[in-house]
Design a protein around this ligand. Sequence first.
Ligand SMILES: Cc1cc2nc3c(=O)[nH]c(=O)nc-3n(C[C@H](O)[C@H](O)[C@H](O)COP(=O)(O)O)c2cc1C
Length: 368
Amino acid sequence: MGEPDLSVSIGSLRLKNPVICASGEPTMTAGGMRAAIDAGAGAVIAKSTNESEAAARQLEVADYVLLDERWQPTAWDESAGPGASLLCRSGLVQVSLDEWLDTLVAVDRYARSAECLLAASLIVADLDATASMARKIEQAGLRWLEINISAPHGDEAAAGAITLERDAARVGEITRRVREAVSIPLSIKLTGQTDNVLALVGAARAAGADAVILTGRFLGFVPDLETRRPVLGTFGAMGGGWALPLTLRWIAKARQRFGAELPLIGTNGARSGEDVARFMLAGARAVQLCSVVMSEGYAALSRCERELREYLRRQGLASAERLIGEAADAALTYADAQRSGSGGRRWEAVTGQRPSRRRTRTRYSDEL
Ligand SMILES: Cc1cc2nc3c(=O)[nH]c(=O)nc-3n(C[C@H](O)[C@H](O)[C@H](O)COP(=O)(O)O)c2cc1C
């Protein structure tokens, strides 16, 4: 078998591979975005911006800590490993939109020469301003616009600075306004901090989103045992490898509900090429990675691409697209699992432990 084909399509966009450098501190400067392109990313999402002074000012009080599996601070390098969690509060780009557009246009030229796609990203504060910035982005010649309405800090930031949208009607309204403003591909990044993720996906799609990104990170809180104060002084956005199955649940559910026609992009929890494959098996067409780029550097993107390629070779698969949704489409309902007799082992059989005397009086299934 020849080399596996890593290219994937997302609506009308074609990516040379599904490893995307996510919007965040790694894509906050021209140098950072170029480094992601040089590392071979299939696409790069520029750091988000908006018109809000308060959102930009928030970057001045940004802070970041990488925590190990025991919630202790750990080094910002590959020694942190896939078990590390990133706790932070971040802000938005601090330059004017015109200046930022000049940067994006120059980086986009560089991206084109490397067959990489660059997306501009906006976080909503005022919707009229978002629509007008979206128009400027299209007029500047950029090829892809992402709207992030999933910022975990939305609940904590200054009022009106950053929108964290949990209301389906409002998701529809935001998407429709931007859709009317531009005709370039439009992706909408949604929060997982709600139980109506699928309603948000449906609203974004019905209002004209070309792709949906699932899901933004969670807001967390970690007390420091020595000082007995919160780590970083307050609440913070939190992500880690532990988020992967929680995110994949929504990706797989969205795949089941909306089918293969809805392009899904994954984010939140991928740390390796194998994780990219897991996202794709759940239904994502591509995956945005941020934390691992912050801890390991841009080389993490090349590593993930290489690991995905090796995985496909081991599986004897000719293309990455072949993975998309396979596991989600094969997922049984609990009722089907019962009927087909798959699984269904008692706890004692799983662990090999004999039940305690107290336990023998009750059947575990009766306790559920
Ligand atoms: C420090 C930091 C800043 C971020 N800034 C943005 C942003 O400006 N816009 C955005 O859409 N997502 C932003 N994100 C979210 C990332 O794009 C990504 O979706 C998230 O970190 C989950 O992926 P991960 O598990 O690979 O980190 C940021 C994440 C981090 C850690």
